[in-house]
Write a protein that binds this ligand. Structure first.
Ligand code: FES
Length: 165
């Protein structure tokens, strides 16, 4: 009798501990995805890479400015990492050739324009100044992304996405 009670008590506690662990893991994941980027500490000019290092058919991430740099035509573009929907952190998926938001599935082409999902506009941009030696990203000057519409670049999705397939 007391042995059964001991086993039952043990299983009951183990079950509760498992639920608590799953809850903690879910809370951590949610916080990690939704937390504001430490970009609030930005707000000024950040010298980044040389203009010659800015790619034309992909993007390069610059941690110091928390931005993706790419070249659209002759222009160097600095795209914010924050999804305009609810602020999650987007990432570049090389396989698909597009940005992906892990939270609700918005995708954006290389120019930051909305391709799918609930985002109300394209990725915001930072103002940039290009000199011979480096690209200066002004993280204090944000240019809002365009509302969903026709894409300005002819770069269809290349393949499977990285987050949602
Ligand atoms: S936060 Fe990016 S799609 Fe919702």
């Amino acid at each position: 009798m007391s042995r059964d009670m001991g086993r039952r008590d043990f299983l009951n506690r183990g079950w509760k501990a498992g639920v608590a662990l799953i809850g903690a893991a879910a809370a951590w994941t949610t916080w990690d995805l939704l937390r504001p980027l430490p970009g609030s500490a930005l707000g000024g000019s950040v010298k980044t890479i040389a203009p010659s290092e800015v790619p034309t058919n992909t993007t390069v991430y610059v941690q110091a400015a928390q931005t993706f740099l790419t070249r659209i035509g002759d222009d160097v573009v600095a795209l914010r990492q924050k999804c305009p929907h609810l602020g999650c952190t987007v990432s570049w998926c090389e396989n698909a050739g597009e940005f992906e938001c892990p939270c609700h599935g918005s995708t954006f082409n290389r120019a930051g324009e909305v391709r799918s999902g609930p985002s109300p506009r394209g990725l915001d941009r930072y103002a940039v100044t290009v000199s011979d030696d480096f690209v200066d990203v002004n993280t204090g000057e944000i240019i809002e992304g365009a509302p969903p519409g026709p894409e300005s670049i002819d770069e269809p999705r290349r393949g499977e996405g990285c987050t949602h397939g």
